[in-house]
Design a protein around this ligand. Structure first.
Ligand SMILES: CC(C)(COP(=O)(O)OP(=O)(O)OC[C@H]1O[C@@H](n2cnc3c(N)ncnc32)[C@H](O)[C@@H]1OP(=O)(O)O)[C@@H](O)C(=O)NCCC(=O)NCCS
Length: 153
């Protein structure tokens, strides 16, 4: 069943919180999780609904009229590999295009860290047409080498 993408509303908050809690292999830093949850309200965000339940969420941060970032993205583990992430990202890309397009970027854990979970995340972004730009030890610290990926929108 395809997911329906709608704007985030405060009534979705608890379900988003549960999705984050169900993904400890990706979201293990409590302070960062608090920022992601707070920014669901503060920044433009959308959720994916299946049978009226929230199964995923995405947040857009626009840095300048032609520079847009996937600030946060998560899909419930039971719904992985069913097109929900692609649907959320496609919606965010349309929004970025409607704001003038330009570049869409995302930061994630880089390949010099052997974490198998983030290897899956990178496979997702590569499948969506993002290209790796550079890996940096200075954004999140040397223990979390940060890969910046870029896509034209
Ligand atoms: C990354 C994430 C959002 C992808 O969501 P999803 O709904 O599973 O993705 P989709 O089903 O739309 O996948 C689209 C394509 O991406 C690629 N892909 C997705 N997950 C993959 C995996 N685990 N391994 C390899 N390729 C993968 C595949 O090409 C897939 O197409 P296919 O299933 O037809 O082969 C989801 O796995 C997730 O929530 N991960 C944990 C949190 C996270 O990584 N957030 C981003 C932090 S920067």
């Amino acid at each position: 069943m395809t997911a329906r993408i709608v704007s985030f509303e405060s009534s979705h908050f608890a379900e988003c919180e549960r999705i984050l809690a169900a993904l400890p292999d990706w979201f293990g830093i409590p302070e960062s999780n608090e920022d992601y949850l707070r920014n669901l309200t503060a920044l433009p965000s959308w959720v994916a609904l299946r049978n009226e339940s929230v199964v995923g969420a995405i947040t857009l941060e626009t840095h300048s009229p032609r520079s847009h970032e996937v600030y946060f993205m998560a899909v419930a583990p039971s719904d992985h590999r069913q097109g929900v992430g692609s649907a959320l990202l496609g919606h965010l890309e349309s929004e970025a295009r409607s704001q003038g397009g330009g570049w869409l970027h995302v930061k994630t854990l880089g390949p010099s860290n052997p974490d198998p979970y983030y290897a899956r995340t990178r496979a997702f972004y590569l499948a969506q047409g993002f290209e790796p730009l550079f890996e940096s030890p200075s954004i999140w610290g040397p223990e979390n080498p940060t890969l910046v990926l870029l896509k034209r929108v």
